[in-house]
Design a protein around this ligand. Structure first.
Ligand code: SF4
Length: 318
């Protein structure tokens, strides 16, 4: 189901171990370098170095209103916001043109932090409602792009969610590039049914209504609206309860093919998953095994059973 070419991801370069931080150090992240790195072509970006600052350098901070902060040199108060944004405009355009599939940002940075970055105002305590200047611009210019911070990727559910969104975003980008018609959109929506149901069943139905009117709308607008709703739905956490519903739905297709003992085993495994005793990979592996022996055309079109390379082992957590 997934394209096996390596993902191309932008990344704050200090996370790869590059010594570009203000103090001359790095923030190498073992999961990103060693595990995700096997499937990824990294596009490292250090905004502060790329705008011409040295290593080491005086530290920067955000000041002003959290919604529209300025990036300043802490010691001198020199304002670098305009410089960063002018550079960011061209850099983000180049990243978009190179078809990146996602971005991993360094948390807490006044340039790269995605959220909860300290913004210093007139009061004594900083607010934690800011985003780094480059990060904010990236998310505004490329609103569908999957973006995460390295800290949040330590959470196995957020990690799986991010990886799934990377592959879904790439599939969506390639789909749009092929000049799809209404029937193609209907097919794509159908193939993501179970994935979307595991994240947000209501959003799945809303997208379904959009697709139902596909023939009556101009495709570019429809695709823009669908793409936004599709990626937004996948940002919701897929819960154990919703996954279990999807698994039971899949098991329904095997009702006639399996004998009583196999059916009981499958239901017991889905229940064990639902109650937190085994990881998702256990019932999914059994389902895959049964569908290999008893192929079902609709199921084989679903992204759900094969959303990304299994080597990533992201469904192994309990
Ligand atoms: S957080 Fe961003 S700006 Fe700071 S060192 Fe890392 S890549 Fe450079």
């Amino acid at each position: 189901m997934h394209d096996s070419a390596p993902l191309r991801l932008g990344i704050s370069s200090c996370l790869l171990g590059e010594e570009v931080r203000f103090d001359g150090g790095h923030k190498r992240d073992a999961f990103l370098v060693q595990t995700l790195g096997k499937f990824v072509e990294w596009v490292p970006v250090c905004p502060e170095v790329e705008i011409g600052l040295s290593v080491p350098r005086p530290s920067l901070r955000l000041v002003g209103e959290p919604e529209e902060p300025s990036l300043v040199v802490q010691k001198t108060g020199e304002d670098l916001t305009g410089l960063m944004q002018t550079w960011g405009e061209a850099r983000i355009a180049a990243l978009a043109a190179s078809n990146i599939d996602g971005y991993v940002l360094k948390k807490d940075s006044p340039s790269c932090g995605m959220e909860r970055v300290r913004v210093y105002g007139p009061g004594s305590a900083p607010s934690r409602r800011g985003s780094g200047i480059f990060a904010a611009q990236l998310m505004e210019r490329m609103p569908l792009l999957p973006v995460e911070e390295e800290g949040r990727l330590n959470d196995p559910v957020l990690r799986e969610n991010f990886i799934e969104r990377l592959f879904a975003y790439r599939a969506w980008r390639e789909f749009v590039a092929n000049d799809p018609g209404p029937g193609d959109l209907v097919a794509l929506h159908g193939s993501y049914k179970l994935t979307l149901m595991a994240h947000h069943p209501q959003r799945y139905r809303e997208l379904g209504r959009l697709v139902a009117g596909a023939g009556k709308r101009k495709m570019p607008q429809l695709l823009a609206e669908y793409g936004e709703g599709f990626m937004a739905a996948l940002r919701y956490r897929a819960t154990r309860r919703k996954h279990a519903n999807v698994l039971y739905h899949l098991a329904g297709f095997l009702k006639r093919a399996l004998d009583g003992a196999d059916r009981e085993e499958l239901v017991a495994l889905i229940e064990s998953y639902r109650t937190g005793l085994v990881p998702l990979v256990v019932p999914v592996t059994l389902l895959r095994h049964h569908f290999r022996r008893h192929p079902h055309e609709w199921v084989s079109q679903q992204s759900y059973l094969n959303p990304y390379p299994s080597e990533l082992m992201l469904r192994n957590h309990v």
